[in-house]
Design a protein around this ligand. Structure first.
Ligand code: NAD
Length: 318
């Protein structure tokens, strides 16, 4: 079985990927600084004895002496907060960290570099659903800009140093262990005040969501496909999309609440939730579907499942 390094492997998506790799018998090493990651996310995988954990920072760690035989790097460590407006945080956590991991991959002779990019690289796309060939890419958030810069590095390392790689432009991923995002925010706010829900923006922001299990399937599927073909880019999402206001209604219903006043902040620039919030996002997933993968859940189902799961995690549902 191949060996893999999963950066950010103690985080939300990374830990689900780790579970899946360990289940398939891979030898897995997690590199995580536990800034948002949690040991409990990978505790079960750790018990199998096929998982090593390195507590370290992707920006600075020198893995060469300890991790010489890695075949696949799944680079998921990042600052995933799109709302963060510190240029330096995005540059350090999302560009420098990717550069350092690519340097490791180059020197260690890694076969395949899988990069968790994001739909935010498209910015306000004029074509929706947005295909991978869409351009020019004009991200409107620092997060999206950093992801795009990192994609450029991955592409150039593949061509220059003969490794294979893929940038995965993920839609909004939801599911168990999620610690951020709209579902999380709404549930937290309603727990604090069950009579009032503040919604950033005008509520008409419409986006695509993907269930984390579907996302992990796609990550593995694409990694195997691209292995022999240099560098590729794939959108990973589902076909439909949901508005923020609809998500608010779904959360309110699942929490069994009635008479909740939905208060829209109005946001910025025609109802965006915050500066840099892409109002309309739906990815064209024809490319990955043509290779045989398809999501098992729609956006709406994924959001609904994620709400139920979060309420279970909080002990509010059985
Ligand atoms: P997460 O915060 O749960 O996971 C990130 C993990 O990386 C955490 O375990 C954290 O401790 C670790 N980490 C952060 N900085 C690090 C560093 N410098 N060195 C080592 N470890 C570090 O976030 P997530 O939602 O699981 O996101 C995983 C990846 O997927 C990120 O690259 C994110 O940008 C990308 N992505 C996520 C979504 C989404 O909807 N969740 C959408 C598009 C892209």
């Amino acid at each position: 079985m191949p060996s893999a390094l999963v950066t950010g492997g103690a985080g939300f998506i990374g830990s689900h990927l780790v579970d899946r790799l360990v289940e398939e018998g891979w030898n897995v090493t997690v590199l995580d600084n536990f800034s948002t990651g949690r040991f409990e996310n990978i505790a079960n995988a750790f018990k199998t004895g096929r998982l090593r954990i390195i507590i370290g920072d992707a920006k600075t760690v020198d893995l060469l002496s300890e991790e010489g035989n890695v075949e696949y790097v799944f680079h998921f460590a990042a600052n995933p907060d799109v709302r963060e407006t510190s240029p330096s945080i995005h540059f350090q956590e999302n560009v420098v960290a990717t550069f350092n991991m690519l340097e490791y991959a180059r020197k260690a002779g890694v076969r395949m570099f899988v990069f968790a990019s994001s739909s935010t690289v498209y910015g306000d796309a004029s074509k929706i659903p947005t295909p991978e060939e869409y351009g020019p890419l004009k991200p409107i958030s620092l997060y999206g800009a950093a992801k795009l810069a990192a994609e450029g590095l991955v592409s150039s390392y593949c061509y220059t140093f003969g490794m294979s790689g893929v940038s995965l432009r993920l839609a909004n991923v939801v599911g168990p262990r999620l610690t951020h995002g709209v579902v999380h925010d709404f549930i937290n706010k309603l727990l604090q005040n069950p009579g009032r829900l503040e919604i950033l923006g005008d509520g008409s922001q419409r986006k695509s969501y993907i269930w984390v299990g579907d996302c992990v399937e796609a990550v593995l599927h694409v990694s195997r496909l691209v292995e022999a073909s240099g560098y590729e880019v794939y959108n990973i999402g589902s076909d439909d999309w949901v508005t923020v206001s609809e998500i608010a209604d779904m959360v309110i219903e699942s929490m069994g609440l009635s008479s909740v006043e939905k208060v829209f902040t109005g946001g910025v620039e025609n109802g965006r939730g915050w500066i840099g919030d892409v109002k309309l996002m739906n990815l064209d997933i024809s490319r990955i579907k043509a290779t045989g993968w398809r999501p098992r859940h729609t956006s709406r189902e994924a959001v609904k499942l994620s709400i139920e799961e979060r309420l279970r995690e909080l002990g509010l549902k059985s």
